[in-house]
Design a protein around this ligand. Sequence first.
Ligand code: NAP
Length: 301
Amino acid sequence: MQLIDGKFVSAQIQEEIALEVDALKASGKRVPHLAAVLVGNDGASETYVASKVKSCEKVGFSSSLLRFDANISEAALLKVVQDLNENPEIDGFIVQLPLPKHIDANKILLAIDPDKDVDGFHPANVGKMVLNLPCFIPATPYGILLLIERYKIETAGKHCVVIGRSNIVGFPMTILMGRNTYPGNCTVTMTHSKTKDLQAEALRADILIAALGRPEFVTANMVKQGAVVIDVGITRVVDTTKKSGFALKGDVKFDEVLPKCSYITPVPGGVGLMTVTALLKNTLQAYYNRMGTTEKLFFEF
Ligand code: NAP
């Protein structure tokens, strides 16, 4: 069994990005610029956005954090998006979800220029992803592809079972693992809350990707001997032994599943750290696209 070390891979890729930024600076070019829009003061969103901004600084990108009160109108937020679309200094931007209830998140996401949509949520990018065309892949699935690639895990001809079908993780993951490329070329089964006999489906997986948000849902009796297990779940559970009062749990019962796997991602220290790194890669790609350079291509693995 080999542990897939998201902390190590994430640091390695961020170091590679930092070297590219150093080279840009040395040749007198401007650096990539990511903007993040944060509405309201949801604790988790604050943490995610802070980590994105911090990572930008670490690799040498410029970053802007645009904060707005929770009662900003939909029209005003659409104007913010429009301004970012038109701002030549910004290469890519994200609007942190969830948004307050009075704002239609789809309307906001649709207003983002697909060329600056580094979260990869715009239908133009989703459509291109389905057609295996150059696009921005949503950060968490992209981070998983990067882990598979860095560990040189064989995917062609394997049976991949994805648990969960959300727009940000499960659905793109099923598309990506079935595409005619590497990582990909799997036979893919998408499962969800209405799936009958999930255990039987999971047991068929050579590669099992759990993204359902139910702590320790995947137990040893759901995993085939030698399977690759990717745990996307992150749930805070009460843990009085921790200073913070909580522990982060994945969707996989790690200790129990570990002996059966060929590879497994831990939580924390697995997929989670890769999400921000993948966002940085998308931003660098957006920068190169806007600079009209052919130095970088999408999906350069
Ligand atoms: P989500 O939008 O709540 O979607 C959960 C999916 O799991 C749904 O498709 C749901 O099915 C399915 N599901 C729920 N219970 C199930 C069950 N008992 N059996 C089978 N399928 C079930 O969640 P998400 O946004 O995809 O996130 C999933 C997990 O990943 C969460 O723990 C989240 O915190 C974590 N996450 C981590 C990262 C990261 O950076 N590592 C990024 C994003 C999310 P239905 O469609 O039928 O409802």
